[in-house]
Design a protein around this ligand. Structure first.
Ligand SMILES: Nc1nc2c(ncn2[C@@H]2O[C@H](COP(=O)(O)OP(=O)(O)OP(=O)(O)O)[C@@H](O)[C@H]2O)c(=O)[nH]1
Ligand SMILES: [Mg+2]
Length: 257
């Protein structure tokens, strides 16, 4: 049986210094089913040139989408995913440019989608287990746990980690519809995406808990140079309340029915 290829969207905003072209080329070599779609999110530095040089070295497997204006990670990922679906890719995903999640984790994601035809969404999950290298700073770990607990209650789905930058998705019509409209949240669009999907699955009479699988990562490194700070953590809380107002009531109603 021919296994579907997977295209990972890599959003890049001012990543000239953090991007490691060799790591991406090595990943293409190690994972024959992998293609990459970089989205330059209106970077002000030399990101575009770095990406073009990278594409020239593997032009059959690398696409570069250049957005003129910075629109934030949510919009960059959305544009990349829509372009990949339009190109006919049946597995799409997104992966942070800093490679905090190394590509060596990718097979675990793809295996789930190969094995479980009913599962459409695979999330990387930063569970700090003994024997694993998941190095989140303490305050981010604690904040992340609190955040995920609130999100779990809102979704009615016990998700451990919504904010990991590594996710692989099956490009079903429901998924395409979930990416159609711009996300209202700039910082926690992953949650908004899940809210849209859970709502849609409930509408189709499907059990959301059977559609999403979390893969506990073996390695996750907190790569320096993150552009997310304390203010963003506060904004994330505000955005979560806004998402609750917009998507919360229909989700609760569907759970009761
Ligand atoms: N912060 C930010 N990132 C963007 C934007 N557009 C695209 N990105 C990309 O989003 C990804 C995540 O950004 P990071 O700054 O690594 O976020 P982070 O703080 O490391 O988040 P964690 O990896 O969850 O700790 C990177 O690939 C960025 O290049 C934007 O406007 N702002
Ligand atoms: Mg990061």
């Amino acid at each position: 049986m021919v296994r579907p290829r997977v295209t990972l969207v890599v959003p890049c905003y001012d990543e000239e210094r953090r991007l490691r072209p060799e790591a991406f080329l090595e990943a293409l070599e190690a994972h024959p089913r992998l293609d990459l779609c970089f989205v330059d999110d209106g970077s002000r530095d030399g990101t575009r040139q770095v990406l073009e040089a990278l594409r020239a070295r593997a032009s059959d497997r690398i696409r570069v989408l250049a957005l003129e204006q910075n629109g934030g990670k949510a919009e960059a990922v959305r544009q990349g995913v829509l372009a990949s679906i339009a190109a006919g890719d049946s597995l799409v995903g997104y992966w942070d440019a800093d490679l905090a999640t190394p590509f060596s984790e990718l097979p675990a994601f793809i295996e789930v989608l190969d094995r479980e035809p009913d599962v459409d969404v695979v999330l990387g999950s930063r569970v700090k287990l003994l024997g694993r290298e998941v190095e989140r700073r303490f305050h981010r770990h604690v904040y992340g746990r609190a955040f995920a607990t609130v999100v779990s209650l809102m979704l009615g789905l016990p998700v451990y980690d919504t904010q990991c930058g590594a996710k692989v998705l099956r490009s079903t019509p429901t998924l395409r519809a979930a990416f159609e409209a711009r996300f209202q949240s700039r910082w926690i669009f992953d949650v908004e995406l899940l809210m849209r999907l859970v709502g849609a699955w409930q509408g189709e009479g499907l059990e959301p808990a059977r559609k999403v699988v979390e893969v506990p990562l073996r390695v996750w490194t907190d790569v320096p140079g993150s552009k997310v700070g304390v203010r963003d953590a506060i904004r994330a809380g505000v955005e979560l309340a806004e998402l609750g107002r917009r998507y919360g009531a229909p989700l609760r109603a569907a759970r009761r029915s």
